[in-house]
Structures are given as C-alpha cells and as structure tokens.
Design a protein around this ligand. Structure first.
Ligand SMILES: C[S@@+](CC[C@H](N)C(=O)[O-])C[C@H]1O[C@@H](n2cnc3c(N)ncnc32)[C@H](O)[C@@H]1O
Length: 206
C-alpha cells in the first residue's frame, strides 16, 4: 500500500535529484539486492534535518551498508555518525562507500547489537532508529537517558506499509504502534509523523 498517492510520491522523487556518485552507486546496490535502504526521499530529509540541527553526535541503529549513514555524514560539519549492524559484510561495504565519498573521517563503524553499541554513547543529538521493527520501543526506552537535551529521535517505517490501519494487526505492526503511541504520549517528547515513503517519526526531547 502506498502511504501517499503514488503520483505525488513520484512527483517528489523526480524533484529529488541526487548527483553524488556514491549515493547513486548505493541506490543501485540496494535495488540489486532488494535491500531496504531509506531511499532518497527520506535520505534528503535526514540530510536537511542534520544541516539544520548541526549535531555533534548522530547514532544509527541498523545501518545496513551505510546509505542513511552516508546522508547524515554528508550533512555533518564537525560531528560524527555512529553506524552499526549485525552483519560484518554490511559494515565492510559501508566503510568502502564512505571511503569513496571521502566521508570516512566523519564516521565510526561497529558490528554487533545496535542497542549495546549505542548505549556506550552519551549526549546523542540525533538517534536514528531503523533496525528490527519489533525492537523500536525497547530502543527508545534503553537509550532515552543517553539523549542530549533537545535531541531528535527519527524512526523509519512507522506507517509500515499502511498496516497500522489493520483492525487485527500482526505482531510486528502492533510493536511499531506501541512505539509510536509511546512517543506521542510521552511528555518528554514532542512528536510528529512525516508521511513520506513508509512514514518517518520525528520527535524532539523536551
Ligand atoms: C532497514 S535496514 C537498514 C537500512 C539503513 N538504515 C539504510 O537506510 O541504509 C536494517 C538493518 O538493521 C540490521 N539490524 C537489525 N537488527 C539489528 C540489531 N539489533 N543490531 C544491529 N543491526 C541490526 C539488519 O542487519 C539490517 O541491515
């Protein structure tokens, strides 16, 4: 199910021209492997948020081969982005792409459980959640105290292909909705959903 009218999505996509050769290469790889990268609509959103926020520390949960991380790194002036993935193969590919784009100095790369890795960082300015959908709530509850004041939390896929509207949602959908409701009902956060692509939740720590 398309979240927005497919023609509207296409219209935005056509406007979102990407010239960076490395990003184009990554998009090709994502397509070839049928790997769920955030895509350029969300990538550009992450890039602009990062430009506006000027964060010192961005932490990603579930980096894949580095596509979303690359958008963050590209927008950073003097901060760094922490990438993590279970799969060494993904992280090795990410390192290669960051080298190709001369962004390797703006990033740290880890193989392992994203939550354990992220928990080692304090004063996170932007937390990007895009790992196992059933663990989003656990992620924010584990990392809430590691966020800086005014930190941004961004989570992908919160509309989950429209399945959030199902009357009897499956377990994964229920877990995503629990996370979303937690964020909207929590007085420590101001939260909204940007309905591009699969739905991006954006929240500010109050
Ligand atoms: C949706 S993909 C990430 C895509 C990436 N954010 C992008 O847009 O380029 C999710 C990734 O999270 C990884 N993953 C899932 N759960 C994880 C966990 N608990 N710790 C580390 N990596 C995890 C998977 O191996 C997969 O590569």
């Amino acid at each position: 199910m398309f979240i927005t009218n497919p023609e509207i999505e296409n219209y935005i996509r056509k406007l979102t021209v990407v010239e960076d050769e490395v990003l184009l290469e990554m998009e090709k790889l994502g397509h070839k492997l049928n790997f769920p990268i955030v895509d350029r609509l969300v990538g550009k959103f992450l890039y602009l948020i990062t430009k506006i926020k000027s964060p010192k520390l961005v932490v990603e949960l579930g980096s894949g081969f580095g596509y979303s991380g690359y958008w963050f790194a590209k927008a950073l002036s003097n901060g760094k982005v922490i990438l993590s993935d279970y799969k060494e193969e993904n992280i090795n590919k990410a390192k290669q792409f960051f080298k190709m784009g001369n962004l390797i100095n703006k990033a740290e790369f880890y193989v392992g459980d994203a939550l354990k890795i992220a928990k080692q960082y304090k004063d996170i300015d932007i937390l990007f959640i895009d790992h196992e959908k059933s663990r989003y709530l656990e992620a924010i509850q584990t990392l809430e105290d590691n966020l800086a004041d005014n930190a941004l939390v961004i989570a992908d896929n919160v509309l989950w292909d429209g399945k959030v509207l199902d009357e009897n949602p499956d377990k994964q959908t229920r877990r995503i909705k629990e996370f979303t409701e937690y964020m909207f009902n929590n007085k420590n956060f101001e939260t909204c959903i940007v309905p591009i692509r699969d739905g991006v939740l954006l929240a500010r720590k109050v």
